[in-house]
Design a protein around this ligand. Sequence first.
Ligand code: MG
Length: 216
Amino acid sequence: MSEDGFASIILDVDSTLCGVEGIDWLAAARGADVSERVEELTRRAMAGEVALDSVYGERLALVAPSWESVAALADVYVAALAPGAGETVREIMASGRSVVLVSGGILEAIRPVAVQLGIPQRHVHAVSLRFDTKGNYRGYDTTSPLATSTGKRVVAETLHLRRRVLAVGDGVTDLAMRPAVDSFAAYTGFIRRASVADVADVEIEDYRQLGELVLT
Ligand SMILES: [Mg+2]
């Protein structure tokens, strides 16, 4: 690869690699009441009424996902893989470049899609949950920076990936990685957020465009 090409690609998962928002899916599976309370919490966080970083744990506590529901979500992630994403990710890795998943989602739900794509487990970064022996939710890894609003930047900085590094995502927590990487691509294939796409280095709406950006 040329010196000005990308050697490492950081990919977001929810609404970027896969067409699903994990916590929303888990909340919906718990019924309308939980789903509405989670939405309200998200809305208040976005409006600045509650601290974004406290919302992570509060939403999970409301949803209290069982091991069984997390396993079901894993199947949903695999089924909701973005069109062309599997082929493009494999081509990028076959070219000698690294693909790293950095997600604020649930590690145990994301692992299977990484396995399917052949992404090594050491390149999968998300928030691990704890369960009791019956599979009931017992909390999350509160030491993970990924449970915070600026955590993706911290992770991107500490991974020491081969440069140049391209980060790809749909949300503000992805955009927060921009100072730690060489370029940021807004992925708008599932949802286009103007606050992210308008300030991105480049906007891509499908994985063919990602392949062109990285491989040519
Ligand atoms: Mg996302």
